[in-house]
Design a protein around this ligand. Structure first.
Ligand SMILES: Cc1cc2nc3c(=O)[nH]c(=O)nc-3n(C[C@H](O)[C@H](O)[C@H](O)COP(=O)(O)O)c2cc1C
Length: 263
């Protein structure tokens, strides 16, 4: 007696059902995990902000450490704080804003020294508070390196020119070359450096080779990145941009003249 023949379409339907079940599971997991991913992203961002301010301690909860920090939104053009009821810092994403027609604008070539292409109207800023007094201001920064856009934070002392620390948390530069912007030893070399000279010009600069340890320029100069001058130039350009007129200069001038009273 001959064997009963299987219908040719049966394996096809089995594969189709299996594919459907698997894709449903994967899609379900992706959606289900999204809130946790968002929570982790925020936690990571806060860690990087704390690192720039020299306040990170791996033995303490990030949320506890972050409680001394007041997150605010600043209008980059006017340098004024934006009221929280107009725009909430909790829901504002400035990187997305730069590419929206409502909250961003294109930068012309002359202004765009950091290679951003578009700039957001409003930026987040992080104020380290001690009894209603600002002790540090942490600013988000970004700009083009050799291969990638480099994202970081820089923290300024209450004198609004001395750097308390920097951190770079995302980039695509080459490990061991431009990727050394992540090296905490190199980042430590920024502490105590000054951004502005007495004429209010941006004098802060990553040099080629070792920065001088004495002399007039030593207070503004940071060690270079060996074999990665293009990345280092990118860091210089982004500092020029964010401490300049299109970046945080109007805001820092406001804080200086109003003494932080508009906080
Ligand atoms: C595979 C490869 C990766 C590189 N990655 C970087 C980099 O991330 N950043 C950088 O500035 N230069 C990088 N360079 C080197 C640059 O092409 C250039 O030589 C260097 O920036 C010059 O810096 P120097 O004057 O300090 O040697 C890379 C070169 C190669 C071949």
């Amino acid at each position: 007696m001959g064997k009963k023949k299987e219908p040719a379409a049966k394996p096809f339907y089995s594969v189709l059902i299996l594919a459907f079940v698997c894709s449903t599971l994967v899609a379900g997991a992706a959606v289900g995990l999204r809130p946790q991913q968002e929570k982790n992203r925020l936690l990571d961002q806060r860690k990087n902000i704390l690192r720039a301010a020299g306040l990170y301690d791996k033995n303490k909860a990030v949320e506890t450490l972050f409680s001394v920090i007041d997150t605010r939104i600043v209008d980059l053009d006017s340098g004024d704080f934006v009221p929280q009821d107009k725009l909430s810092p909790d829901s504002y994403n400035q990187l997305k804003a730069a590419f929206s027609s409502e909250f961003g604008r294109p930068l012309d070539q002359e202004a765009d020294i950091a290679g951003l292409r578009r700039l957001e109207k409003y930026s987040l800023v992080y104020l380290v508070m001690d009894n209603n007094t600002i002790t540090q201001i942490i600013l988000p920064i970004r700009g083009k390196g050799l291969w990638s856009t480099m994202y970081g934070y820089v923290s300024l002392d209450a004198d609004l020119t001395t750097i308390r620390g920097i951190s770079f948390y995302e980039h695509g530069e080459t490990p061991g070359l431009g990727g050394e912007i992540e090296n905490t030893k190199w980042q430590a070399g920024w502490q105590g450096k000054k951004v502005y000279n007495p004429q209010e010009k941006i004098a802060l600069q990553v040099v080629k080779g070792k920065a001088p340890t004495s002399g007039k320029e030593a207070q503004y100069q940071v060690d270079g990145l060996s074999g990665a001058t293009i990345t280092a130039d990118g860091v210089n350009d982004l500092m020029q941009f964010w401490f300049g007129e299109h970046g945080f200069k109007p805001f820092l001038d406001n804080i200086k003249t109003k003494g932080g009273n508009n906080v």
